[in-house]
Design a protein around this ligand. Structure first.
Ligand code: UGA
Length: 428
């Protein structure tokens, strides 16, 4: 089939390359000519494992191309996937729909009456219905559940496909697009527009709630001397609860969970339904960052002014160079504001971090970052950081004190090497 993908950020670039991998002819569209030029040259402008290989393969074969022209896209595709961002609005918790609205309007203007416009962006419930009422072209909603760091895997082998459709024709077209994925046994859920939109927001709200639940338990553990990692393991053995997304620590960040729970609570208010608990989920999450700042102060004898602090991690999670709403950088920036001399190292996110937080110090390696440190904060759980030898690290720092903000370092090993070791939700 001939498909277009409008918006070539994380979601769109991955979707375009994966659709080419499924055997389709794909045209990616973006308003940013630099992004289009990079992608057309086979270069992915962000860090995502397995995507560069896929992009290079299909731009070389000619099955995947990129353009800045909506007109060209409309003439090319039978099915148009709209993958533009829905960031948080500046003036409220709600989602900013200007990119979605303008992408649909542009495609609807140029595309013929047979074109199917498929939204993949995460939107407030009711958006698809509104767009369908506004434009003559047929619309479908097919939410995306990919995780950064696993984007290719999650697109080619998703847990489920959700097809929000208003006609048999739309369903048949989407089933044809995903035929190889469906043939591999992926469950397909067909739904009306509001249900399809809600599946995505509900899924992200549930995941955020699970993380904040265990982080609230960490607060109770801190107040009682209990150990949240043992608690999480024990409750996770109950398969109704499950072990996944129960890693307590400095909390969730990124371009999705934080803004999605805010937009969902905001939309619920508009609908006269209370999702006030999501505001508490958000508040618990933000309190974990406060807790790391507080621990840093405590370990530095009451104030961080003049202390040399090493922050391991800048990305909001490992295997990503995405620093949007990164807990690690939020903590680093606050300590810098309190007068600490902060040095950050991250295996992939250094360029992005430097641009957004030019006042922080940056080191080219974890070892260099550790030299002379009065305190070390481990805030993004890159596997590389787990391989740091506590003995070697001990010889580099000025004072061996570390906070494990992700709960993955081996406390006994660090203590044996002479470190004062603190972790969130665990006894000192
Ligand atoms: C999230 C969802 O997991 C995807 O299913 C969804 O498609 C995506 O948002 C989206 O809406 O586009 P992502 O933001 O890539 O994906 O990251 P996650 O792997 O969900 O991690 C989110 C944050 O939670 C990270 O900061 C991570 O460190 C944190 N986290 C995760 C925890 O603190 N504890 C956990 O147990 C798991």
């Amino acid at each position: 089939m001939r498909l277009t993908v409008i918006g070539t950020g994380y979601l769109g670039a991955t979707h375009a390359a994966c659709m080419a991998e499924l055997g389709h002819e794909v045209l990616g569209v973006d308003v940013d000519p630099d992004k289009v030029a990079a992608l057309q040259a086979g270069r992915v402008p962000f860090h995502e494992p397995a995507l560069p290989e896929l992009l290079a393969k299909h731009t070389a074969s000619g099955r995947l191309r990129f353009t800045t022209s909506y007109e060209e896209a409309a003439a090319f595709g039978e099915v148009h996937f709209i993958c533009v961002g829905t960031p948080q609005r500046k003036d409220s918790e709600g989602a900013d729909l200007r990119y979605v609205d303008s992408a649909f309007a542009s495609m609807a203007r140029y595309a013929g009456p047979d074109a199917l416009l498929v939204g993949k962006s995460t939107v407030p419930v009711g958006t698809a219905g509104r767009l369908a009422d506004t434009h003559a072209a047929e619309i479908a909603w097919n939410p995306e559940f990919l995780r950064e760091g696993f984007a290719v895997e999650d697109t080619l082998r998703p847990d489920r496909l959700v097809l929000g459709v208003g006609s048999e024709r739309a369903e048949a077209l989407l089933r044809a697009v995903y035929a190889p994925v469906i043939a591999a046994g992926t469950p397909v859920v067909t739904a009306d527009f509001p249900t399809a939109e809600l599946v995505k927001t509900a899924a992200n709200a549930f995941l955020a709630t699970k993380i904040s639940f265990i982080n609230a338990m960490a607060e109770v553990c801190e107040a009682t001397g209990a150990d949240v990692s043992v608690l999480a393991e024990a409750i996770g053995h109950d398969d109704r609860i499950g072990k996944k997304f129960l890693r307590s620590g400095v909390g969730f960040g990124g371009g999705c969970l934080p803004k999605d729970i805010r937009a969902f609570a905001h939309r619920a208010d508009e609908l006269g339904v209370s999702l006030a608990f999501l505001r508490e989920v958000d508040a618990i999450n933000m309190r974990r960052r406060d807790r790391v700042v507080e621990l840093a102060r405590e370990l530095c004898g009451g104030a961080v002014l003049g202390a040399r602090i090493t922050v391991l991690g800048a990305a909001f999670k490992p295997d990503s160079d995405d620093i949007r709403d990164s807990p690690a950088l939020n903590v680093a920036a606050r300590l810098r504001l309190d007068g600490a001399d902060v040095t950050v190292h991250d295996p992939e996110a250094m360029d992005n971090a430097r641009k957004a937080f030019p006042l922080l110090g940056y080191a080219v390696s974890a070892e260099e970052a550790l030299v002379g440190a009065d305190l070390v904060l481990h805030l993004t759980e890159w596997p590389q950081f787990r391989e740091i030898s506590p003995d070697t690290a001990r010889s580099l720092v000025s004072r061996p004190r570390i906070v494990d903000g992700r709960g993955v370092l081996d406390a006994a090993e660090w203590v044996a090497a002479g470190w004062e070791f603190r972790a969130l939700g665990r006894p000192a």
